[in-house]
Design a protein around this ligand. Structure first.
Ligand SMILES: [Zn+2]
Length: 217
């Protein structure tokens, strides 16, 4: 089962002290989708890896609320202008926590790779929230941002290029753009750095191109 713990955080933007819930332990017994979305048995842990200040809208991992947080005056301005007005009285769903955290990462000038991961997780949360339109919106943004990471010279480790190229294909497949999906699946083989340990990625790309499955295994 997924278990949570209470933590106390201080917002580095507005100094608000608040309680949040963090993941103490989880599991992956719920299987893995072909876009690497790992499922837990019981409650899904994903929304609890990101914390959000209900006063200003700043969001991020526990580290982003520590002394290591990278907070500039420009970031503060963006948070107050663009995130704070979107806060409502209720709890924000996981997808919006990740959306806010992705915006913070963009304003901090983080690598596209990190921003794309947050957008991908926003899409995964939408699956659990049953919001198909928002799921597609975040999948498209994640695909574009992963594409940007892959296009930059050192945006992605050499050994990771094949798996992320596959993932871009799978994201386009899941938004229904089969043309783009095929294009990316067909690039996978050219990105392989180790034909023994990475053969599964080539196989997965072929499978998702020709006879797609929703789950691994
Ligand atoms: Zn705050």
């Amino acid at each position: 089962m997924t278990t949570l713990k209470h933590i106390e955080l201080t917002c580095p933007i507005c100094s608000n002290r608040f309680n949040s819930q963090a993941v103490l332990s989880t599991n992956s017994f719920g299987g893995k989708r072909t876009d690497f979305h790992e499922r837990a048995a019981g409650a899904q842990p994903l929304p609890y890896f990101i914390h959000l200040c209900s006063r200003c809208g700043y969001a991020g991992s526990e580290r982003d609320f520590s002394d290591e947080a990278d907070v500039s005056p420009i970031l503060k301005e963006h948070v107050w202008d663009e995130l704070a007005p979107r806060l409502s009285s209720g709890l924000l769903p996981g997808s919006e926590k990740y959306e806010f955290a992705a915006k913070v990462a963009i304003w901090q000038g983080c690598e596209p790779r990190r921003i794309a991961d947050l957008q991908l997780r926003a899409a995964w949360c939408c699956v659990d929230e049953g919001d198909i339109e928002a799921e597609r919106y975040f999948r498209r943004h994640a695909a574009w941002t992963f594409e940007r990471a892959l296009a930059s010279y050192d945006g992605v480790e050499r050994d990771e290029r094949a798996v992320l190229t596959y993932l871009v294909g799978e994201l386009w497949r899941r938004v229904g753009d089969m043309g783009k999906a095929r294009e990316w699946f067909e690039k996978v083989e050219g990105e392989i750095t180790n034909s023994q340990t990475q053969q599964w990625i080539v196989d997965a790309a072929r499978q998702q191109r020709d006879c797609p499955r929703e789950w691994f295994g």
